[in-house]
Design a protein around this ligand. Structure first.
Ligand SMILES: [Zn+2]
Length: 317
């Protein structure tokens, strides 16, 4: 029997955790579903990635209101993916912040990405009718680095290199050595690399590691609350990306077509990573993008709902 497209057969609701990392930092996680970070300053709250719909974001707001009544003034989009940004309107934030590279990607492919992601993973877009028409636009963009002071709390927004996308932004609390990595780091969850830069991602992870985070909120999976756990998260993500790249490059060097490379890479990685959530979902997209990068496409091609299903039929049909 062929596999159901992407995650259309994934219907099981996950258990939410709201983990306190410090007086100022919390992680809203859900067993491998997309995470949301929360930073509470002296006078305002920042939300990092919004959940996929305004209705889903209401549950984040409910958790925030259990610990503070300060206004939610800032939303940070770590990158452009729909599952991270379409809940933004629920927070009523004064400012929505993203890198200029992320804004460029929203301009270029935001509409296609929205349709594609909703089609791939309907469960992650609960009450999708609550998403306003159009796209989520940043009101503030920056390049490279930006510092916000939430009263006495310093929040650095940093682009430390390309990886999961071209526009990846991390948030760093230097006083507490807590890092919010977005999808650059995953834990017990398969990195989605359909829009990735495989050649850059390992160096970007080195740049994250150089900050020496004591705690880290990954894009998916549990909050990492010790330096050892942070190392594990960084290493796991790095090994997965390096293993996909090595297998795909060997196939390309041997003159193999995408289908052959996919089947070989899947078989090679399944024993090591098959227990991570969304492994079967991610692999066709990841290998397709990696094959593109190893051949003739330095930049990720735009995924459309049509391209998604066509690719799936070719590799999994
Ligand atoms: Zn993403």
């Amino acid at each position: 029997m062929s596999k159901a497209f992407a995650s259309q057969a994934d219907l099981e609701e996950k258990q939410v955790s709201f983990t306190q990392l410090s007086d100022n930092a919390y992680a809203y996680t859900a067993e491998g579903d997309p995470n949301t970070g929360v930073i509470i300053g002296d006078d305002a709250v920042m939300v990092l990635d919004t959940q996929a719909t305004p209705v889903m974001a209401q549950d984040v707001i409910r958790r925030i209101r259990e610990v503070t009544d300060k206004p939610i003034k800032y939303v940070l989009m770590t990158h452009y993916h729909a599952v991270r940004v379409l809940g933004a309107s629920a927070y009523g934030a004064e400012h929505i912040i993203a890198s200029q590279d992320t804004r460029d990607l929203i301009v270029e492919r935001g509409e296609q990405d929205k349709a594609s992601e909703i089609g791939r993973f309907p469960r992650l877009f609960r009450n999708v009718e609550s998403v306003p028409a159009g796209l989520t636009w940043p009101t503030i963009t920056f390049s490279g680095r930006m510092t916000l002071w939430l009263g006495s709390l310093e929040v650095q927004l940093l682009q430390l290199g390309r990886g999961h996308t071209k526009g990846d932004t991390v948030a760093w609390l230097p006083q507490q050595k807590i890092l919010f990595s977005g999808d650059l780091v995953e834990f017990d969850a398969t990195p989605y690399a359909g829009d990735a830069y495989f050649k850059d991602w390992p160096q970007t992870l080195d740049n994250l590691a150089a900050l020496q985070p004591q705690k880290l909120v990954p894009g998916r999976g549990a909050a990492l609350t010790t330096p050892e756990a942070v190392q594990q998260g960084l290493a796991g993500t790095r090994h997965f990306i390096a293993d996909v790249w090595a297998n795909v490059q060997a196939g390309v060097a041997a003159g193999q077509d995408l289908n052959t490379v996919y089947k070989q890479t899947y078989a090679a990685l399944k024993p090591k990573y098959g227990h991570w959530v969304i492994f079967d979902h991610c692999m066709p997209f990841d290998v397709t993008r990696c094959y593109d990068e190893a051949t003739q496409y330095p930049d990720p091609r735009i995924w459309t709902a049509e391209r998604d299903t066509q690719m799936w039929k070719t590799l999994e049909g």
